[in-house]
Design a protein. Structure first.
Length: 86
């Protein structure tokens, strides 16, 4: 899970454009869901292309900082406590 942002930063957004549509709602209805384009938007944002990220999905302005905060908390936070054995 911690490697996912690094993967998104390594893969250019244009490579994700060529991939198949994975959203089950879009595949079923033909209409995009509110999350459609978020992976490409996050990849574009990680590459510093905020205009392109905005075009992919405007919710990237909300989701991106939340995911960044969660990532940093997981990366820098204290290690998980192990349950005491019997």
């Amino acid at each position: 899970m911690l490697a996912l942002p690094l993967l998104l930063a390594a893969v250019p957004p244009s490579a994700l454009d060529r991939g198949p549509v994975l959203c089950p709602i879009r595949r079923l209805t033909g209409r995009p869901c509110p999350g459609c384009g978020m992976t490409r938007a996050l990849s574009a944002a990680l590459h510093g292309d905020l205009r392109r990220a905005w075009r992919y999905n405007r919710l990237v302005l909300v989701v991106g900082p939340i995911l960044a905060g969660m990532y940093l908390r997981e990366l820098l936070g204290p290690p998980a406590r192990r349950a005491a054995g019997p």
